[in-house]
Design a binder for this molecule. Structure first.
Ligand code: FAD
Length: 573
């Protein structure tokens, strides 16, 4: 373990910290790196989970699912979901350095330009627009070749990528038989499925190749990138792991607003006693969409009535904390292939793949399981618009994401084919609320999945689009039969019941401490990410997104964190 990462606070030299970052996750690691570029600032990161170093399942792209339900996952469970026949759903969250970027599926998708332009409109800060945020998106990105080193020309647009950032981004690396079918179907059907050379240009609509946060055959997380050994050498960066922040404490204030510059934390579960650290400049909350609102709530910052009911003394009434929880409902349609020759990954093959990965960082384990995606917009002519308003940010924005899952190994297809149907920008909202004054009592997480009827209508539109897609002539050779979660014979009522029976969270919760205009009564932070009505405290993570992006959310989090680092540095220089 490098000196900069320690498990007890007393292992660090006794210094005054200029910034204390709560959560060494996706955003937190970016801030830790950028703020310590200034050698005059001492920065402490407090992370609840362990270090990322040496965790094989986090390094090998194909092993990411092994991390769920382990010490590296917070293992949250939702409340019973009325939209899902009262089922509770699992919501994994990273519990290690790098946070979710250390356990996620590595999809690299930015969303649409209108998503960011909408943030700029609702916050009144043009700095959040696509045009102004793009430099930060590129500042994060280090575009590189996929591990199979194939010729990728025509598979991406080099003008929209950054080459000098920290997080590796590359095209998928394990070609599959299904790939050519997907592209042949996109060609044959055209229109909404037409090939899009780069769905990360700000205009995602259409079918394209997947880009992933993988470089040199390994996962690139915010920990591997921003807390790389060269940065851990900085004497002004201290990273404390396996310590949970339990509360923010009030400190004296010069502005008249309540100040919260002291952080209380503990090793393990509090049995070893509690510690405190006070930041000279600011405390930055980067504990993620659940951790951040929960810490605010146990510290007395939130909806006063809710806090009182949970036995927490309210200090700052901020009713938006924990509201506006937004996530994408998703499920997979699965077909079996009616052909003789399909591929099965035997134990022997898997052992060979692992040996290849260890020796060369190449081979099938460098893949994430998906090579292409399509982003579909419900047409203006759809009857859906007779009864629903459009939740998306603009006309270049999809309602539905399709992700294609093959499971084969070139040239053989897998035994089954899956297509994920995802509502990219849902209407439904949920909430996270505090249960007691102890951080160790998990909060109540209501994902709100499928509580708005538009989201069901959108998923059904997705099913129609998927059926059209697999009707392309290229799929005839596969002799497909739909086996899950309904069949081609199912009635509309059966389909809807099946959807409610299987829909899960797309594990992209955002919006629980949302940005709004300065002076707005709703929202938790101003456009400069300062907590409203509070001094000395900012939030930098997925919780500040006022609306979800039509994407997997890590690219947007990286952009927020890169811009926030500049804003914070600017205000204390
Ligand atoms: C299984 C999974 C798959 C995903 N797949 C993708 C994908 O393929 N592509 C994509 O773009 N996005 C994906 N996402 C979503 C994406 O990774 C997240 O949106 C993003 O990483 C969130 O970043 P964050 O900084 O807001 O929070 P996090 O990365 O979660 O960071 C929060 C950190 O704070 C720590 N913390 C929380 N509470 C405390 C406390 N009290 N004290 C100390 N530390 C605390 C946590 O342990 C964590 O390290 C996935 C997420 C998951 C969980």
């Amino acid at each position: 373990v490098p000196l900069a990462i320690q498990e007890t606070i007393s292992s660090f030299p006794n210094v005054t910290y200029d910034f204390v970052i709560v959560g060494g996750g996706t955003a937190g690691a970016v801030l830790a790196n950028r703020l310590t570029e200034n050698p005059r600032w001492n920065v402490l990161v407090i992370e609840a989970g362990p270090s990322h170093e040496g965790v094989l399942d986090s390094m090998v792209p194909n092993f990411s699912f092994n991390l769920q339900n382990t010490i590296h996952d917070w293992n949250y469970t939702s409340t019973p979901q009325p939209g899902l026949n009262n089922r509770s759903v699992a919501i994994p969250r990273g519990h290690m350095l790098g946070g979710c970027s250390s356990i996620n599926g590595m999809f690299y998708t930015r969303g649409s330009s209108s998503d960011y332009d909408r943030w700029a409109t609702v916050t009144g800060d043009d700095g959040w627009s696509w045009k102004n945020l793009l430099p930060y998106i590129l500042k994060n990105e280090r575009w590189t070749s996929p591990s199979d080193l194939r010729n990728t020309s025509g598979q991406f647009n080099h003008t929209v990528h950054g080459r000098h950032g920290k997080t590796y981004v590359s095209l998928y690396s394990v070609p599959e038989a299904l790939d050519e079918k997907i592209m042949a179907a996109a060609d044959e059907l055209g229109g909404e499925f037409a090939y899009n050379i780069d769905t990360n240009s700000g205009d995602p609509l259409g079918t394209g190749w997947l880009q992933v946060t993988v470089g040199k055959g390994e996962r690139s997380s915010s920990a591997t990138a921003y807390l790389a050994p060269e940065y851990l050498k900085r004497p002004n960066l201290h990273v404390l792991v396996k310590n949970r922040v339990t509360k923010l404490l009030r400190t004296s204030s010069l502005t008249g607003l309540p100040a919260f510059r002291t952080v209380q934390f503990t090793e393990g579960y509090g049995d070893g006693g509690y510690f405190q650290v006070t930041a000279r400049n600011e405390v930055i909350l980067s504990a993620g969409s659940f951790g951040t609102p929960h810490i605010l709530q146990v510290s007395g910052i939130g909806d006063s009535r809710e806090l009182l009911a949970a036995g927490v003394e309210p200090i700052v009434d901020l009713p938006s904390v924990g509201k506006n929880l937004t996530d994408q409902p998703q499920f997979s349609m699965i077909w079996s292939l009616g052909i003789n020759q399909t591929f099965t990954p035997t134990a022997e093959l898997q052992a060979q793949w692992l040996a290849e990965w260890h020796a060369k960082r190449t081979g099938p384990l460098t893949g994430v399981g998906v090579n292409s995606i399509a982003w579909i917009r419900i047409p203006d002519s759809s009857p859906i618009w007779d009864t629903h308003s459009d939740p998306t940010s603009g006309r270049n924005t999809p309602h539905i994401e399709l992700a294609f899952i093959g499971g084969g190994l070139y040239p053989l297809p897998g035994r089954i084919m899956g297509i994920n149907d995802v509502v990219a920008e849902p209407h439904s909202r949920g909430s996270i609320s505090v249960k007691s004054s102890s951080i160790f009592d998990y909060p109540l997480i209501d994902m709100g999945l499928l509580t708005h009827p538009f989201d069901m209508a959108a998923l059904k539109h997705g099913i129609t689009a998927i059926r059209k897609f697999v009707s392309a002539s290229t799929f005839q050779a596969y002799n497909l039969s739909l086996v899950y979660p309904f069949t081609d014979e199912s009635t509309d009522t059966e389909v809807e019941a099946a959807i409610r029976g299987v829909v899960a969270s797309n594990v992209h919760p955002v919006g629980t401490a949302t940005m709004s205009k300065k002076g707005d009564k709703w929202g938790a932070v101003d456009p400069d990410l300062r907590v409203k009505g509070v001094d000395g405290l900012r939030i930098v993570d997925a919780s500040v997104m006022p609306f979800i992006t039509c994407s997997h959310t890590q690219a947007a989090v990286y952009a927020i964190a890169e811009r926030a680092s500049d804003m914070i540095a600017e205000s204390w220089k």
